[in-house]
Design a protein around this ligand. Structure first.
Ligand code: URP
Ligand code: ZN
Ligand code: ZN
Length: 464
């Protein structure tokens, strides 16, 4: 199918200009001045999308999702079908999800399990990072095989003792291996051993409400672990990407490392930019809807995160989409916040919130919006230039974005399979009219118009 996206304003991480985007099959083949007669003579488009008055941007890349993820005695509420469909509705055309190694089992088993979860289900393309919970000679060896299959990043946990946590020696060995393989280490940076003591003490005092989830996970625990992760990565000579950075003092650590020229990167998530500890203290048990880890912080920290995004101290905004329904999942923790499954929905609302609360609010430019939602994650995770930009030869993963379209972020208007929206009632301005994945229109004016399960697994390149 040959498609012409006509008359829009093309926005990439570096450019803004009027242009016609020509697509042949899955690829962008040319970008021409608007209406240039005969630009593709003999190759007339079979379909034309009128993008006049709209922006044409690379599809979003969400580098942090948890679909169909078992944990906390339950499973995250979106599977690969509902989650990727919701992502597409919000303008995201690629996700990178997290297979999780079961302690004592192989990475291969985890990967096979996640391939089976995703196979034939995805509306858009997906890649995988591998969560390593058991670093031993066999898994270190397996990391090489995975990298050759396009799994070029590994997530490690400094939190959740007895579940996902690994110690500094194991982290260091995995980092050395990643260095040798050209792979990226993604780090969940919180001092889990110390935090578990605070949690135990709070519960003993009868402090069981959702807000204690944040109070027992102070930012110093995130800053300390971030510092340690950066130091271990420096010792190992490996690149490191701090996931879901939530706190000002953790950001200071990243700034310090980057100022010294280290290959250190960090993402934050919309919930840390738009929600706060005040949400955890909502009436009744409503705060449970806002329990995620690291926790929501005092509202003042949001300014630091926005500044970090402007100055490139933070490179990416991804979602950490890990949805649990309020009824039947979150409400398991009515008697103790420790039983509330950790995570928030967001795969569909990331671009909507960042445009409205970032671009429209004057906090970031349109180009920076594209960079933090698409180009930077593509570059950091080995997908660029196939994904993350609009250029001849790139996959035609595009969004046509109407800056005047309004949408209320209510659960009823969204497609995530979760029974609440953290942003219920918030009206945003700016939303996609068309979402294309590899040249195929997936979403058209809010309707899913592509074949189910058309998405593909992405083998990612190494990162250096
Ligand atoms: O609360 C969160 N973030 N749940 C997902 C697991 C993680 O640590 O990313
Ligand atoms: Zn994490
Ligand atoms: Zn996560």
């Amino acid at each position: 199918m040959r498609t012409l996206v006509r008359g829009g304003t093309v926005v990439t991480a570096v450019d803004t200009y009027e242009g016609d985007v020509w697509i042949d099959g899955e690829k962008i083949v040319a970008i021409t001045l608007p209406g240039l007669p005969g630009a593709m003579s003999g190759r007339e488009p079979e379909r034309t999308i009128d993008a006049r008055g709209k922006y044409v941007m690379p599809g979003g890349i969400d580098a942090h999702t948890h679909l169909d993820m078992p944990g906390s005695g339950t499973v995250s509420a979106d599977d690969f079908e509902s989650g990727t469909l919701a992502a597409a509705h919000g303008g995201t055309t690629t996700i990178v999800d997290f297979p999780t190694q079961t302690k004592g089992r192989s990475l291969r088993e985890a990967l096979d399990t996640w391939h089976a979860k995703a196979e034939g289900k995805t509306a858009i393309d997906h890649g995988f990072h591998m969560i390593v919970t058991d670093v031993n000679p066999s898994t270190l060896d397996e990391m090489g095989a995975l990298v050759r299959e396009g799994i070029t990043s590994f997530k490690l946990f400094m939190a959740y003792p007895n579940v996902l946590y690994i110690d500094d020696g194991q982290i260091f060995r995995a980092m050395q291996r990643a260095r040798d393989l050209g792979a990226m280490i993604c780090m969940h940076a919180e001092n889990g051993l110390a935090l578990d003591v605070l949690v135990e003490q709070a519960i003993a005092r009868g402090e069981t409400a959702p807000k204690y989830h944040s109070i027992t996970r102070p930012q110093i625990a995130e800053a300390e672990a971030t510092h340690r992760a950066l130091a271990l990565a420096e010792m190992a000579g490996a690149p490191v990407y701090i996931v879901h950075l939530s706190a000002s003092r953790a950001l200071e650590q990243v700034v310090e490392a980057r100022d010294r020229g280290l290959p250190a990167y960090a993402e934050t998530c919309p919930q840390y930019l738009f929600c706060s500890i005040d949400d955890l203290d909502r009436e009744g048990f409503e705060g449970a809807k806002y329990v995620c880890t690291p926790p929501l912080r005092p509202r003042e920290m949001q300014d630091d995160l926005w500044r970090g995004l402007r100055t490139n101290d933070l490179q990416v905004v991804s979602t950490d989409h890990c949805p649990y329904c309020f009824k039947g999942q979150k409400d398991r923790g009515r008697d103790a916040f420790t039983k509330i499954p950790n995570g928030m929905p967001g795969i569909e609302t990331r671009l909507l919130l960042l445009w409205d609360g970032g671009v429209r609010a004057g906090r970031i430019s349109m180009n920076r919006f594209v960079e933090i939602t698409s180009t930077a994650p593509a570059k950091i995770f080995g997908l660029f230039p196939r994904k993350g930009t609009i250029a001849p030869g790139a996959d035609a993963d595009l969004i046509v974005w109407d800056p005047d379209k309004e949408l209320e972020l209510s659960q009823a208007n969204l497609h995530m399979r979760v029974d609440y929206s953290p942003y219920e009632g918030r009206v945003v301005k700016g939303a996609p009219t068309h979402v294309l994945s590899r040249g195929e229109v997936v979403i058209e004016h809010g309707k899913h118009v592509a074949k189910k399960g058309r998405g593909a697994f992405l083998r990612r390149d190494t990162v250096r």
